[in-house]
Design a protein around this ligand. Structure first.
Ligand code: PEP
Ligand code: MG
Length: 880
């Protein structure tokens, strides 16, 4: 078996495609060398050795020693030095390199091969005694800590003492003779800490370092990291052994790390840091201040590499170009300059912010480095959220109060307010406020709208607060169970920290963090690149993207973000306006149909006006309006004053109303008197809504010339007969309106599929439905028997401990809920092959779920307005 692969110096046995065998670092070193870039020669011991090592009780394959020896010999020949040679020694670096970069493992040992004899040889051959002894002490320090386990600070402490004794502050002020003394002290520390002498024999050093890399693959930190990131233990790590080049051999030497483009903005400028006369870790260790690469990015007191080492810089720019052309992506590179000659030590795809990912993808497509389709795939859809909302200023100080679920992205700061009414009052005065509730209900919607952000202590990712806040683009942290809210005392508490109403907090809806006080935020900026990418995405996607919206403001936002219609308008949110809620309460509380009809008739003009506004804004794009869904109790008058108001309006006693209120209260409202059940037992409500929709559609069609085709949607259907009855009543009302107005228009009546029974019997339901829209929120709730509003208290545990791969209210549970969606779609189309199918649960804005809906063949997804761009991009990626 071949266990060792050479690179550099004219022999490249590996390449970028061999990442699994050679690890990321080894594969790319071979690749760089094979395209002619200056890479010091070396070899990679494969990941298979790591696996074999663990399979065989920490023993190496028998051929390994021989293969390492011959690869090392080749390196010696290639650079003209001999490992362990006392007059001019070859030194090597030993580095780990798994398939993916993995913190927690042994990283790097430099200058390996130095001992009391070879150090003299290095001093002689480099004609620099100070450099040789500095290199030696670095080696002991690194090898001593990472291989032999001596606490790193033991060396640091010694060095500090020495500097103190010498009266110097900078490492560079330490002379060769002083380093000699420090080396002695270092070795004594190793002996004291480990009970063993520091190994003098280069071969022993080499195998010690190799074993330390393989040993670190299974150390607890690496194991934890692997668990967190789903990296299988049997992948193993590779070990790279490479001839040293020195960035610390004088003023014409340097070392640096950089990105081929700016990783935070994406700007096409060489970005990074370097240090003259320094080695490896110095750049990140913070001992000296690293300097910028390009002169354009340097201030007058800085020394950019472009000026200080112009030749090497020019060479690096050439390499940068070659790398980007070759890898067709922004690279994160490490280099060393030895006596003005450039050497490449690493390259990999660079990590970047959302804004940079977008800019780099568009720029590279326009530069011809990648195709448009590749550009589409280079931007993670979820990251667009970062671009559409304000975010916390990364430089701002923060003081964490507690954490909840990241329910709606963006960052917002404001004064704590505990009721929706107070939010409205204070917001009207221009104050920034955050609504804090244990949980929210439709009643709070107006307050949520006026607030900068919403914080709840109960409820999950599809709790009322989460869904509504996302819809409005309000920041929301939901289900922050560590916080105790006391409405009476107007306080909220975590441990011994108590905040009062009026105190400021800051929410980060992207992470779920809640901070004490005001943390500075930075506003979003939408570049031209954003619309370019959206345009490209629209060219390739098959799925249509609609928005969930019920207010004119949301509808406008939805259109601005490119929604192709409205997939869900939740009419219950229209019932809470201060001018309407009185009539809604009279409607519910009245016990005879005639009084109820009066209250409902009073609501008609409001609804007609609501729908007209939406139709106008959507100018002929499809609009799905869902008839009233939530349980009646949500509209009940709570306080005594409210009860009295309703009593007066209805001419009834407060006593009788109180009795009616308790009669209407339900033990399990989510499974109670809601959705079409309400429309069936109180048909006047749906009839009024149907009339309002049709009258509005006729009026706006006339007014604007757009042929409006309203889509009337019936919620919570489980049995075909429910839809049959509701549909018949609706059709009768539509016919009545047509007759009154002496005109007709096209309209559709469809249903939500949000109960398992509806999905299973979709073939029957399709007989009376013009379209289906999967309500995956309720379908998840009912399929898993998992309450949308209560799951927050235990669901995070399930996800943290791997019982569920993801929160099923965020990303569709493909095997369970997803199977029902597939079944519903297939069964529905068995009856009506052209049945229009959509989804309007929160999953309609989740990239993973969108990929699934594409595979099921749905016609559209519908999501919160701010998720529309995310969905457009995700739909495009799903189609490619
Ligand atoms: C659903 O259940 O998925 C849905 C869209 O309806 P709601 O969230 O209003 O219950
Ligand atoms: Mg629902």
């Amino acid at each position: 078996t071949k266990w060792v692969y050479s690179f550099g110096g004219g022999l490249n046995e590996g390449g970028a495609g061999m990442r699994n065998l050679l690890g990321g670092k080894g594969a790319n070193l071979a690749e760089m060398a094979s395209i002619g870039l200056p890479v010091p020669p070396g070899f990679t011991i494969t990941t298979e050795v790591c696996s074999a090592y663990y399979d065989n009780g920490n023993a190496y394959p028998t051929e390994l020693a021989e293969q390492v020896a011959s690869a090392l010999h080749r390196v010696e020949k290639s650079v003209g030095l001999v490992f362990g040679d006392a007059s001019a020694p070859l030194l090597v670096s030993v580095r780990s390199g798994a398939r993916v970069s993995m913190p927690g493992m042994m990283d790097t040992v430099l200058n390996l091969g130095l001992n009391d004899e070879t150090v003299e040889g290095l001093a002689a051959s480099s004609k620099d005694e100070r450099f040789a002894w500095d290199s030696y002490r670095r080696f002991i320090q690194m090898y001593g800590s990472v291989v032999m386990g001596v606490p790193h600070h033991r060396f640091e402490d010694l060095l500090e003492q020495a500097k103190h004794g010498l009266g110097v502050t900078d490492d560079t002020a330490i002379k060769a003779s002083d380093w000699r003394e420090i080396v002695k002290d270092y070795k004594d520390v190793v002996q004291k800490e480990t009970g063993k002498p520091f190994p003098n024999e280069p071969q022993e050093q080499l195998w010690g370092a190799i074993s330390a890399v393989f040993g670190s693959w299974m150390n607890p930190r690496a194991n934890t990291y692997r668990k967190l990131h789903d990296i299988p233990a049997n992948w193993g790590t590779a070990v790279n052994v490479q001839a040293m080049v020195f960035g610390n051999m004088g003023e014409d030497c340097a070392t640096g790390v950089c990105f081929t483009r700016d990783p935070s903005t994406g700007e096409n400028i060489f970005y990074g840091e370097y240090l003259v006369n320094a080695q490896g870790e110095d750049v990140v260790a913070g001992i000296r201040t690293p300097q910028p690469m390009s002169a354009g990015r340097a201030t007058s007191d800085q020394s950019p590499m472009e000026k200080v080492l112009p030749e090497a810089y020019k060479e690096l720019m050439r390499v940068r170009d070659i790398l980007e052309r070759h890898y067709r992506d922004m690279q994160d590179i490490e280099f060393t300059v030895q006596s003005n000659v450039l050497y490449m030590l690493q390259t990999r795809s660079g990590k970047r912010t959302a804004a940079a990912a977008l800019k780099i993808a568009i720029d590279m497509a326009q530069e011809g480095l990648i195709t448009q389709e590749e550009a589409i795939q280079r931007v993670p859809p979820g990251s667009l959220d970062q671009l559409l909302h304000p975010t916390l200023d990364p430089k701002a100080e923060r003081n964490l109060f507690s954490r909840g679920l990241p329910a709606s992205p963006g960052a917002a700061a404001g004064a704590i307010v505990f009721t929706a009414e107070e939010v409205e009052d204070r917001a009207a005065k221009g104050e920034d406020v955050i609504l804090v509730r244990i949980e929210t209900s439709p009643e709070d919607v107006h307050g949520m709208h006026a607030a900068r952000g919403v914080l709840t202590t109960r409820g999950g990712m599809t709790s009322h607060a989460a869904v509504v806040a996302r819809g409005m683009g309000r920041v929301c942290v939901a289900g922050a169970g560590g916080i105790t809210v006391d409405y009476k005392a107007q306080t909220m508490t975590v441990g011994n920290v108590t905040l009062k109403g009026g105190d400021w907090i800051t929410l980060d809806g992207g992470t779920g963090a809640v901070y004490v006080g005001k943390v500075a935020t930075i506003p979003p900026t939408l570049s031209g690149d954003f619309s370019t990418l959206m345009g490209w995405a629209d060219e390739v996607r098959r799925l249509r993207v609609r928005a969930n919206a019920e207010t004119p403001e949301d509808a406008e936002t939805a259109r601005r973000f490119g929604a192709e219609g409205i997939g869900l308008s939740r009419t219950e949110h229209m019932f809470f306006g201060p001018d309407r809620i009185g009539f809604v309460r009279q409607m519910i509380m009245s016990d005879d149909p005639a009084t109820r009809k009066k209250a409902i008739d009073a609501l008609l003009p409001f609804q007609r006006d609501d729908f007209s506004q939406i139709f106008r804004i959507m100018s002929g794009l499809p609009v799905t309006i869902r008839l009233l869904d939530p349980p009646l109790h949500e509209f009940l008058p709570h306080g005594e004053t409210e009860l009295e108001e309703v009593a007066t309006a209805l001419g009834q006693s407060v006593e009788s109303l109180r009795a009616r209120r308790s009669a209407l209260s339900e033990a399990n409202p989510m499974l109670g008197h809601r959705g079409c059940r309400l429309g069936i037992t109180y048909p006047e409500i749906y009839t009024m809504q149907v009339r309002a929709i049709i009258e509005a559609a006729i009026a706006v069609s006339k007014e604007t010339g757009h042929a409006i085709v309203p889509e009337i949607m019936i919620p919570l259907v489980g049995v075909k007969t429910e839809l049959e009855v509701t549909r018949k009543a609706a059709e009768a009302e539509v016919a009545a309106v047509f007759k009154e107005q002496g005109t007709t228009l096209e309209y559709l009546i469809g249903t939500m599929i949000e109960l398992p029974r509806a999905a299973i019997t979709a073939d029957q339901i399709a007989e009376v439905a013009d379209f289906f829209s999967f309500g995956t929120n309720d379908l998840t709730q009912t399929t898993l028997g998992l309450s949308r509003d209560d799951a927050g208290s235990f669901l995070p545990y399930y996800v943290d401990h791997g019982l569920l791969p993801k929160d099923p209210f965020v990303s569709i549970d493909r095997e369970g809920v997803g199977a029902l969606v597939r079944m519903g779609a297939e069964n529905g189309r068995k009856t009506k092959p052209a049945l229009k199918l959509g989804v309007c649960g929160e999953h309609g804005g989740d990239p993973d779920s969108i990929a699934f809906f594409e595979s099921v063949g749905l016609d559209y997804v519908s999501c919160s307005p701010f998720r529309v761009p995310v969905a457009r991009l995700a739909a495009a990626q799903a189609a490619l």
